[in-house]
Design a protein. Structure first.
Length: 156
């Protein structure tokens, strides 16, 4: 699983922790959302490509938790490296989380775009994960979950 997918999982875990601390009202799901932009040194690109770059992440997410412990997490995010040789990454996905922690993720979690147009990588479809985060099944195109080396997609 690449660092971008891990970032999504980490965000989901943080949101889950924050939301489960509060009580869920019987009248409907508890809902939380946020939107932010942050710039950081991109360790993923440095380790993968040997290129030092700052990357700006813009993310919007919504989390709904239901009385039975199930939840829905939706996120849209964009990673824009300062180095123009590195592709822009966008992603949008919805996680349907069961009370036991297993989840189904649908959408386009990873899309890599060349700066001059064109798509380098497109993950789209549906992935199922057990309660430990291990992949159970994948439907559709999910290259970033199954290839061993992402350098050909991210590195110039």
């Amino acid at each position: 699983m690449n660092h971008r997918a891990l970032a999504l999982s980490a965000t989901a875990a943080l949101v889950l922790g924050a939301m489960t601390a509060g009580a869920v009202q019987a009248g409907g799901p508890a809902r939380d959302s946020d939107s932010y932009t942050v710039t950081f040194f991109d360790d993923f690109i440095f380790e993968l490509c040997g290129i030092e770059t700052m990357t700006t992440l813009t993310e919007r997410w919504t989390f709904k938790e239901f009385a039975d412990g199930s939840a829905i997490f939706h996120v849209n995010r964009t990673f824009v490296p300062d180095d123009p040789r590195i592709p822009v990454e966008r992603g949008a996905g919805t996680s349907l989380i069961a009370p036991d922690g297993s989840r189904v993720v649908v959408g386009k979690p990873t899309q890599l775009f060349d700066r001059d147009g064109g798509i380098r990588l497109l993950d789209a479809g549906r992935a199922m994960f057990d309660e430990f985060g291990e992949v159970i099944s994948i439907s559709g195109q999910s290259v970033s979950l199954v290839v061993d080396d992402l350098a050909p997609y991210y590195c110039p």
